[in-house]
Design a protein around this ligand. Structure first.
Ligand SMILES: *[C@@H]1O[C@H](CO)[C@@H](O)[C@H](O)[C@H]1NC(C)=O
Length: 221
């Protein structure tokens, strides 16, 4: 009898364990519904910074990060695997070209920061290597500078209508970006980042509509 009860308990335990394991991926996959693919304009990032800032002379967009979103907000600092360069060493050459630390030129510092703060929150679906590969794929897909050029917009540190910048991205990709700005010393809106929104499949473009841009109607670019 005692043995029978024990095996009943074992069966119940087995059931609970199996159920938890099978539900776990479903529960985790609901932690984020889309990605922000954030590219930055290095001269604007460096504007107003004292000390060295290596991005001053970089006239091309580089990846800031890929940020999992949930209900219109970034999900950050989730528990999970900490950054490990060895896991992405095969991508390092490519990443050094397109995901640069535009302040201190310490690219691995940026990668580590971005993974530990943002990437880890999509780890249920994308391993560290898959996450950085996704960033590379997005970068190859979204060429901000060429989209803007096709819309007649070239960087010359003059004011441009925000709507025109957004319109150029829409014409190129059929999806509206989110523009992010900071104020320069004279209080003007300096375009620092262009965000494109992706579904959590990492491939499908979406309109960036949930967050309002912090840029003025005219932006310096
Ligand atoms: C974004 O919105 C516009 C309408 O404002 C629509 O034409 C376009 O198809 C949308 N793009 C996506 C990717 O949903």
């Amino acid at each position: 009898m005692a043995g029978g009860r024990r095996s009943d308990i074992n069966i119940v335990l087995l059931f609970v364990v199996t159920l938890s394991i099978s539900l776990f991926p479903i529960m985790k996959s609901q932690q984020f519904d889309k990605f922000y693919f954030v590219q930055q304009w290095p001269p604007a990032v460096c504007d107003g910074r004292t000390g060295k800032c290596v991005g001053k002379g970089m006239y091309y967009f580089t990846i800031h990060g890929v940020w999992p979103q949930k209900g219109g907000k970034s999900v950050i600092n989730c528990p999970g695997t900490q950054f490990d360069f060895n896991k992405i060493s095969s991508l390092a050459n490519t990443l050094h070209q397109i995901m640069k630390d535009v302040i201190n030129a310490d690219d691995q510092f940026l990668w580590s920061h971005e993974w530990n703060k943002h990437g880890v929150c999509s780890e249920s679906r994308y391993s560290m290597k898959q996450y950085f590969q996704m960033a590379i794929n997005m970068k190859y897909k979204i060429n901000v500078l060429s989209a803007l050029r096709m819309g007649g917009i070239t960087p010359n540190n003059h004011l441009k209508a925000k709507q025109r910048v957004e319109g150029a991205m829409f014409t190129a990709y059929n999806a509206y970006p989110l523009l992010r700005c900071k104020k320069d010393s004279s209080g003007q809106s300096l375009l620092t980042e262009v965000v494109m929104c992706f579904d959590n499949d990492g491939v499908t473009l979406l309109n960036c509509t949930t967050t309002k841009s912090n840029c003025d109607a005219d932006v310096l670019f």
